[in-house]
Design a binder for this molecule. Sequence first.
Ligand SMILES: NC(=O)c1ccc[n+]([C@@H]2O[C@H](COP(=O)([O-])OP(=O)(O)OC[C@H]3O[C@@H](n4cnc5c(N)ncnc54)[C@H](O)[C@@H]3O)[C@@H](O)[C@H]2O)c1
Ligand SMILES: [Zn+2]
Length: 376
Amino acid sequence: MTPMNGDVVTVTVDLPGRAYPVRIGQHLLASAGAFVRACSRAARALVVTDSNVGPLYAAALQESLQAAGFESELITVPPGDASKSLPQAAQVYDVLAARRHDRGEPIIALGGGMVGDLAGFVAATWLRGVPFVQCPTTVEADVDASVGGKTAVNHPMGKNLIGCFHQPVLVCIDLDCLRTVSRRDFVAGLAESVKHAIIRDSAFFEWHEAHAAAILAARNDILQEFVYRNCRCKAAVVVADERETATTDVGRAALNLGHTIGHAIETQCNYELRHGEAVGLGLVAAMDLAVRCVGFPDPHRQRVEALLARLELPIRASKTLDCQDILRRLGADKKVRDRTVRFIVPVTIGAVRWLDAPAIADVEQAIQRLLAPMPR
Ligand SMILES: NC(=O)c1ccc[n+]([C@@H]2O[C@H](COP(=O)([O-])OP(=O)(O)OC[C@H]3O[C@@H](n4cnc5c(N)ncnc54)[C@H](O)[C@@H]3O)[C@@H](O)[C@H]2O)c1
Ligand SMILES: [Zn+2]
């Protein structure tokens, strides 16, 4: 079903008037310049990266930009979510101002989701929006963050509180970049893929079950199909409900599966967990809530937990997890509407729905699941 032959494969995010390609393949940074050229006539570009990624990949990207006739400048920010901040964005604006970066000149993110969100936010706001290109380098960014146009920086009060929608003009995914991602970051990103499968694609869920070992081994052919199917899933959700305003069905909010409780865990742990690890735990809690409240079959829950565990994601939290504190944090979650916490929950593997204002006891039990003994 998927054109996996070692060549570049493309997913189109088919938004009316703003369609863009997601190109996926090996050794793709060498072609990035030509891809950018296909959507920009500018003479200059700005590349934003972090200090882990820059030394590994910025030269390859800048060489290919130069070969395509772009003079590029590189900005390197410190790694970690702390750089996804207004003060850091302000430093990038200073560089843009100094170089008189104009309306037609692209800003290119080279890095994981942190760099993508920060550079995307700057691209969205500089001169009310300049062309934005994503060159993601982590699993999290390849399968989720680079597609869909959500950009943000954090506020001390919480993650992603300041942001806007700004679709890229191009996403260029060089799978070779995943070779240098730490094992922990690689595995963490897999949680978003399991999420995509649960929300809309039971065949993709089975594919994960069949290929878990090959995914972990980062086999080239498997990685390409893995990223391709994720991008196709994300693109379909985004095209159907770009701004998460659907009222007749769950729309883009489906992507929040595992994220409501996941975010609360992430902030309680003071960001010591990877985003994907917190999402994995959030998925476990969401499955429990679904079993309790919407008749999600218990054997399905067991399959989800077993898959997450096979992918080496944590399915139980540290004993220090404070259930009451998580409940309080849910109250402050930005998904709260009219003082009513809503959750996305699966009804089966491949379909989700809203669960409105469940009994607090059920939410508490779902969080407690994360402290229950491990299944055998
Ligand atoms: N915009 C969206 O739709 C969206 C979706 C999901 C997540 N996000 C955001 O993405 C961020 C998390 O993304 P992430 O997990 O990619 O984190 P990250 O960008 O912080 O990268 C994780 C670590 O890996 C390093 N790294 C990145 N690429 C590397 C490579 N190829 N080789 C070696 N090291 C590399 C980074 O320097 C960092 O230390 C969060 O801020 C989250 O909010 C956004
Ligand atoms: Zn996420």
